[in-house]
Write a protein that binds this ligand. Structure first.
Ligand SMILES: NC(=O)c1ccc[n+]([C@@H]2O[C@H](COP(=O)([O-])OP(=O)(O)OC[C@H]3O[C@@H](n4cnc5c(N)ncnc54)[C@H](OP(=O)(O)O)[C@@H]3O)[C@@H](O)[C@H]2O)c1
Length: 386
């Protein structure tokens, strides 16, 4: 008995030690040799732009998504490996075993982040996405502790939403370290992709969102309107529930945050009607109908539009005495998304991936955006009341 017990014990110890050695060898292997990265939603409008640019740069992404037919056409065209799987696949973590980074481009992200973040945590894979959805940023922030335990970075929002505005927020906070309020906004030309429209439809009827006293607060649609000089003269803009209401607080700690989008005054008036139409616009069948219209009618900006249009961002901080303004000019929003996602991806491939939940500027600082081709930043001198 005794000897059987000790041999069982020895076997157990041996098995445990072999298992531990295999696990640490596997982890070491993942750390040292894995420069494989996977783009999920690779054949969507934005996923494909990023995949094509990545291949042009000599990178070798694994293309992934749930619809095999769309995936193998793109994979053949780009000469890449591909993996077809849906997000309810129980083997999701195993499918990422040899993958160092996932770039999730499948949105609306409220429908995709949870299984993908869970699989990344289980398989020790860094997670990036191009969301702009406030509730997704807030939810992923809640995985911070698990990300530290798993030694991975969770960095949602590596596209136009929110790289430039987050870097602008961080820059303004550096200029005025005791700032109490932050307002950000942008004016952009060039139109929208199908996924952006569908994500916006998901938000219909929900009104606006700001941050006050450090807390997120719901406000009516088009709650405040003001004239803003985004860099080419005054334009009307109204509050809009943009991702920075979540992320800029994480990046800067500033307690009061509002985000503005430039629209023609007639559009701002129409946005206010949402307040009365909310019960209808929130209905699932209404949203499904609008999304099916998007599927039939919206292709997204073409190559010429992406090359010839740009975006202007504006930010203002105040500590109650001084007010400071800074601005950015960037390439077209979808071009910027392609460039910023790949800039961040390359940094992670180079081993620069601070663990835990991150925003673009908390991970890489306010000047991250200046490393992207075609981006310029300008600062206005301080304004002090007389
Ligand atoms: N951060 C930014 O600045 C920025 C820029 C561009 C886009 N976006 C966001 O990125 C998302 C995609 O935009 P897009 O225009 O590229 O969209 P799109 O052309 O409609 O493509 C969406 C992609 O996501 C996949 N997908 C959607 N729901 C899925 C689910 N539940 N499970 C698995 N795959 C799913 C689709 O696969 P199937 O075709 O097989 O359904 C498709 O590959 C949107 O949420 C958009 O707002 C953000």
């Amino acid at each position: 008995m005794r000897s059987g017990g000790s041999s069982a014990c020895l076997n157990h110890t041996l098995r445990s030690s072999i298992a531990a050695t295999v696990k640490s060898a596997a982890l070491a292997l993942k750390d040292v040799t894995d420069d494989r990265w996977l783009i999920y939603g690779a054949y969507g409008y934005t996923g494909e732009l990023i995949a094509r640019e990545a291949v042009d740069r000599g990178l070798d992404p694994i293309l992934a998504g749930r619809t095999r037919g769309k995936l193998d056409r793109l994979a053949e065209d780009l000469g890449c490996d591909f993996r077809a799987f849906g997000l309810s696949d129980e083997a999701l973590p195993q499918l990422l075993d040899d993958v160092a980074i996932v770039l999730n481009c499948a949105g609306p992200f409220a429908e995709t982040y949870e299984p993908m973040v869970g699989a990344c945590l289980e398989s020790g894979t860094h997670y990036l996405d191009i969301t702009g959805e406030i509730e997704v940023f807030e939810a992923i922030k809640g995985y911070d502790e698990r990300a530290h335990e798993a030694d991975v970075m969770l960095l949602p929002g590596v596209g136009f939403d929110v790289v430039p505005s987050d870097c602008l927020a961080a820059h303004l906070a550096e200029r005025l370290p005791d700032a109490e309020s932050l307002a950000l906004g942008f004016k952009a030309e060039g139109g929208f992709s199908p996924g952006t429209m569908k994500t916006a439809i998901d938000g219909l009827g929900e009104g606006g969102m700001i941050r006050r006293g450090g807390q997120l607060e719901s406000v009516p649609a088009a709650w405040k309107t003001r004239e803003i000089d985004f860099g080419d003269g005054p334009a009307m803009a109204t509050t809009f529930p943009w991702g920075d209401v979540s992320t800029a607080h994480h990046t800067t700690g500033i307690p009061d945050i509002e985000f503005y989008l430039a629209f023609p005054p007639s559009t701002i008036e129409r946005m206010k009607y949402q307040r009365y139409l909310a019960p209808v616009l929130s209905l699932g069948p209404v949203k499904s109908l609008l999304k099916s219209l998007v599927d039939r009618k919206v292709d997204g900006p073409d190559a010429e539009t992406r090359e010839t249009t740009d975006a202007l961002l504006w930010g203002e901080v105040s500590d109650g005495e001084q007010t400071l303004t800074s601005r950015l000019r960037t390439p077209n929003t979808y071009r910027l998304t392609t460039l910023s996602a790949l800039e961040i991806l390359q940094r992670v491939l180079d081993g620069d991936a601070p663990v835990g939940y991150q925003t673009p500027a908390s991970a890489y600082g306010p000047d991250l955006v200046l490393s992207i081709e075609g981006v310029e930043r300008t600062d206005e001198p301080a304004e002090t009341p007389n």
